[in-house]
Design a protein around this ligand. Structure first.
Ligand code: ADP
Ligand code: MG
Length: 378
């Protein structure tokens, strides 16, 4: 019996030899630590309840069959012919299969069908969820010993080297290491992850602006260069190594200083947030998030009028403790810290006012911190 693409079997396949397996990997939201990753800095994020589930089985003929519900394009590749970039979504799972094989995993055939609850391209890292779900699925189909951090790094390599997108480790690490009722604290220099408790009376309200300003390589690379220039002017390896006081005292071009002020400030805000969370003052995250957004506007210039409007609408609501743009910026979504009892009224109020003041539609999603694909055991 030939399986039609796009339909998954449940139970055991026709040969009775290989039970289907599944793997779930969540999306993530960046809470603080904007543009700190390529500056060797620190980031605070959460894994979401939304994500991608991969269901699959081994194919003994060496073929790779990939399908995703709601996506027309499907893939059918013979592994022996080599895995090459196609320019379509299947590059993400193919990249993971390739990187696993390069790391010594068994390069066998497989079928994978994906179901997603995560909006693609909304800054919630559906690409990392797709990669991590694939990697976990494959290590279950073809058992392979790999640490959780190595699995996250392998997925990032798939995106960097196979797909060709220059993302940092945050997306994959959050998707792997997320922990229910905890935030993920990632140190991008040491590549270590810690889970920090997130109290039950708070929630994260993600509101998409509905406007995607294409992040041209130009803007992103320009920001990176300005950060590196600021570090050079201070004689430090990366902005991670500079304090705000050191930065203000340093001689450098005004624009580089403003860019660096954002990144150095973000690193400091992440550390303040960790301290607040660990000492039972989680509400303190709210003002830190709002300060982060102001810094995006004034220093890094990676906000948009729509994101600014969403932040000002959200922070004007009772029960909203703070809000900021999340992810790269230049469009996409904001994240607001809200009291859980007020979350629904904040969402409705922001969506309604935004619709009245713009021609766009804002979509709010209420999230709590959830488990990643491979959460640590207590
Ligand atoms: P983000 O990671 O913020 O969602 P990206 O542009 O990095 O945005 O990744 C989005 C891409 O990931 C999509 O263009 C598509 O190629 C792939 N993708 C995401 N979700 C799915 C899905 N459910 N099925 C197939 N491909 C998907
Ligand atoms: Mg992505």
């Amino acid at each position: 019996m030939e399986l039609p693409l796009g339909k998954c079997l449940s139970g055991v396949d026709h040969a009775g030899s290989m039970t289907q397996v599944t793997a779930f990997a969540p999306g993530r939201v960046e809470i603080l630590g904007n543009h700190t990753d390529y500056n060797g800095g620190v980031v605070l994020s959460a894994a979401l309840q939304l994500g991608i589930t991969a269901t699959g089985r081994r194919l003994e003929d060496g073929e790779i069959r990939l399908s995703s519900s709601g996506v027309c394009h499907e893939g059918k590749i013979q592994r022996a012919a080599g895995l090459k970039k196609t320019g379509a979504w299947i590059d993400y799972p193919l990249g993971v299969a390739e990187m696993l094989a390069l790391s010594g995993g068994e390069a066998g055939g497989f079928e994978a069908c994906y179901e997603s609850t995560l909006p693609a391209g909304a800054g919630l890292s559906s690409s990392a969820a797709l990669e991590v779900a694939t990697a976990v699925l494959l290590t279950r189909l073809y058992p392979f010993e790999i640490s959780r951090m190595d699995l996250a790094k392998l997925c990032r390599r798939a995106e960097n080297e196979f797909v060709g997108v220059n993302c940092g480790l945050l997306d994959q690490a959050s998707s792997v290491f997320g922990k229910k009722d905890h935030l993920v604290y990632l140190d991008c220099r040491s590549e270590s992850v810690d889970a920090v408790p997130f109290p039950p009376h708070l929630a994260l309200l993600i509101i998409n602006s509905g406007v995607k300003h294409a992040l041209t390589g130009g803007e992103y690379n320009e920001r990176r260069e300005q950060c590196f220039e600021a570090a050079r002017c201070m004689g430090v390896p990366a902005l991670r190594d500079a304090s705000s006081a050191q930065l203000e005292a340093a001689e450098m071009p005004e624009l580089a200083k403003r860019r660096a002020r954002h990144v150095v400030g973000e690193n400091e805000r992440v550390l303040l947030a960790i301290d607040a969370l660990r000492s039972g003052r989680a509400e303190a995250l709210g003002p830190l998030m709002s300060a982060s957004h102001r810094s995006s506007v004034e220093n890094f210039e990676n906000s948009t009028p729509e994101l600014d409007l969403l932040v000002s609408l959200a922070t004007a609501q009772v029960g909203c403790l703070g809000a900021r743009l999340t992810g790269g910026g230049f469009g996409g979504a904001i994240v607001a810290l809200v009291e859980i009892g007020a979350a629904e009224s904040v969402r409705v109020a922001v969506e309604t006012s935004y619709a009245a003041q713009t021609t766009h539609k804002a979509t709010g999603i209420l999230c709590r911190a959830e488990d990643g694909a491979l959460p640590a055991e207590d």
